[in-house]
Design a protein around this ligand. Structure first.
Ligand code: AMP
Ligand code: MG
Length: 413
């Protein structure tokens, strides 16, 4: 049987980024940049004050101290947003607010708190004073933000193939870039198969269950940079399976993702239909949970068939689908980091590469793992209560308390 790593590299060799498009900055949150971004301006664009105070010449106040203040004549008022008009000469100053341009002649700012204009109760007197007393010296450049000190023109400010974070959007706005080159969102068409499934809105008759995989998978796809397109529940009939696969093509799927119907049950038609109408590369992987996991293509569109059990579908997604979607989305290959964790109990395995639900906490500075509840692959609560998957390597059948295993910490994706 195929090992997880062989299956993964076989599968991933079929995935590369889908096309590009341009979106407005308003819609760009979380999208993946398809080109690096160069700054076309300096930031700040003009030298400005970092404090509310007075722009002056540092040399004029060199000798200032509280006992011997130096008096300066105010020649202009410069609120934020206004261009200064008067050059500052010897023993002159301009009242200036944070973010306002430094006038010619001035080379420093004295904060209002260090002058006789500071009133801690009413704070700033809105009337422009004719003269001020400065209570301390400043150095050239004090409280001045120089043009280009943050970003220089032509500098690469954002790399491609990364998702745009909130602060990235802020920088793009500062640079005046309203249209952003991004990868198109890959369309991941989801099919839930099985006669026992009913939509969450409907009441359950005996023997039926709600389709939960569609919800888990949609949210995972969205998290990983894809666009989930849910086509609904596919009955366990060969023709119905075929019709839904055709519908997936009509929906411009970049990847068809089904759950259930790929095992050896009498009504598992998904695998056989893909095999007859398309190509099946593999349908079994040496892992637990999630051994029946199919990969191939349906008329040229990649197809991944996850197992039906909710935990198996989740694990299969994490192992195979997440990296595939990240490639389609244009993201740099980034396998999840593994963290070494210490076991607090003995664990028996069957020799397959195993993914076990656990809660990892830090105790005495060390990451320790406890399994959550019953590990049956249909038991979703044990996954809900977990924050990690422990990864037991293939070949290991038992691990004892105190030994170390790799874990994926799921909650800080
Ligand atoms: P199968 O792979 O069709 O043998 O299904 C394996 C198990 O997963 C069965 O218990 C199914 O009822 C269950 N199952 C299949 N699809 C879903 C789904 N979409 N949501 C929740 N459970 C499912
Ligand atoms: Mg079934």
């Amino acid at each position: 049987m195929l090992s997880v790593s062989d299956a993964l590299s076989r599968l991933l060799s079929n995935f590369s980024s889908v096309g590009m498009e341009s979106v407005s900055l308003k819609e760009a949150a979380g999208r993946v940049l398809s080109e690096e971004i160069h700054s076309t301006i300096d930031l700040p664009l003009f030298t400005n004050s970092s404090m509310d105070g007075f722009a002056l010449r540092a040399e004029d106040v060199e000798e200032a101290n509280p006992a011997n203040p130096i008096t300066l004549t105010i020649v202009e008022d410069i609120p934020a947003g206004k261009g200064p008009e008067i050059e500052i000469s010897k023993y002159q100053a301009a009242r200036i607010m944070t973010g306002a341009p430094i006038p010619d002649g001035a080379d420093a700012v004295i904060p209002i708190e260090d002058t006789d204009q500071y009133d801690p109760i009413s704070r700033v007197d809105p009337a422009l004073p004719k003269k001020i007393n400065v209570h301390r010296s400043v150095k050239t450049g004090d409280y001045v933000r120089r043009r280009g000190e943050d970003v220089a023109i032509d500098e690469v400010v954002l790399k491609s193939q990364s998702r745009l974070r909130p602060q990235d959007l802020g920088l793009l706005a500062m640079l005046g870039i309203p249209e952003i080159p991004v990868y198109r969102l890959p369309r991941i068409v989801i099919l839930s198969t099985g006669d026992e499934l009913v939509p969450v809105e409907e009441q359950l008759q005996f023997g039926k269950i709600h389709d939960s995989n569609a919800y888990t998978l949609s949210a995972l796809i969205f998290r990983d940079g894809g666009l989930p397109v849910y086509l609904g529940i596919v009955p366990d009939q060969e023709q119905a399976v075929r019709d839904f696969l055709v519908k997936a093509l009509e929906n411009n799927a970049d990847l068809i993702l089904s759950s259930a119907g790929v095992s050896v049950g009498a009504f598992d038609f998904v695998r056989s239909v893909v095999q007859s109408d398309g190509n099946l590369d593999f349908w079994k992987v040496n892992m637990r949970p999630g051994k029946p996991l199919a990969f191939g293509d349906y008329q040229g569109v990649p197809f991944i068939g996850l197992p039906g059990n909710p935990v198996s579908a989740f694990v299969g997604y994490e192992v195979f689908v997440r990296p595939a979607i990240m490639r389609l989305a244009g993201l740099r290959d980034a396998l999840r980091d593994r963290t070494k964790v210490k076991l607090t109990e003995d664990i028996i395995s069957d020799g397959r590469e195993s993914y076990l639900r656990a809660i990892v906490t830090i105790e005495n500075g060390e990451a320790v793992a406890r399994l959550t509840g019953h590990q049956g692959s249909g038991n979703l609560l044990s996954l809900v209560q977990a924050n990690s998957l422990l990864i037991l390597p293939a070949g290991s059948k038992s691990l004892s308390t105190g030994s170390y295993v790799d874990a994926w910490l799921l909650d800080d994706a």
